[in-house]
Every structure is written in C-alpha cells, then in structure tokens.
Design a protein around this ligand. Structure first.
Ligand code: FES
Length: 132
C-alpha cells in the first residue's frame, strides 16, 4: 500500500493572523506534523507554498502513488490537525484513495475543492489503446 502524503499549505493566512508571527497555514503544518508523530501515523507531512485555494484557508491535500489526489479547504488551525490525520488514515485504507462518503468527516464533505486522478489513469490508458 503506497504511503500517504499530507500536503499542508504553509502560506495560507487567516484574517486574524498576527502580523509578526507565522501564518495560519504554517501553524497548522506544525500541528499536523506534531500530532502525526504523537500518534505514530505512517504518513509524510509536507509543507507546500500555495495550493491555489487561497480564499479558503487553511488548505491541505491528500496524495499517494496510484491514488486519487484530494484538495480540501477551510481547515481551522486549532482543531484541523486531528481531522486531517483521521482523514489521512481513511485515505490510506482506501485502495484508490476514494473514501466512502458515509465515512468522510464533515470537514471533508464541506471542504472538498478538487479531486485529481492518479497520474497513471487506467481509463486513459484503455482509451489510448482503443484509439491505436
Ligand atoms: S496560500 Fe494557501 S492555497 Fe494559496
């Protein structure tokens, strides 16, 4: 089973971010990383600069080789880390990355921005072979 990567936008900012402190996204990244270590989660937590969902901070993604990639917005700094890690576990258990709707935390149902097919997409391959 491919390892799950949690992408956390470290440049997302909330309106109440302090002018001289780290942005909301950077704080969420720190919390996700710390909680993943605390829980012993088999995930990679990667900070990235902007997932182009800047109007819905904080933004995260879930990705793994051969799986659908998901992008979600609207995560709060204070409570988002636990939800993100719960989602990452469910994502890791889903062979194709598609978490059954009923199992999805509400934050995922409301916060979904995009789902992106795996880079090697079997339907695309089949389509290409049919055209040859
Ligand atoms: S700054 Fe976070 S998505 Fe753009």
């Amino acid at each position: 089973m491919p390892s799950t990567t949690i992408l956390v936008c470290t440049t997302c900012r909330h309106a109440d971010d302090p002018a001289d402190g780290p942005r909301a996204g950077a704080r969420l990244f720190d919390r996700v990383k710390a909680l993943a270590e605390e829980r012993g989660c088999d995930v990679t937590v990667a900070g990235v600069e902007c997932l182009s969902v800047c109007k819905r901070p904080c933004t995260v993604g879930l990705s793994a080789a051969g799986k659908w990639t998901y992008v979600y917005g609207d995560f709060p700094v204070e409570t988002g880390a636990a939800t993100i890690l719960d989602a990452a576990v469910l994502y890791g258990e889903a062979g194709d990355g598609l978490i059954p709707w009923r199992q999805r935390p509400d934050a995922l149902k409301k916060g979904v921005v995009a789902r992106i097919p795996p880079l090697v997409f079997p339907f695309a391959t089949a389509h290409k072979e049919a055209a040859e």
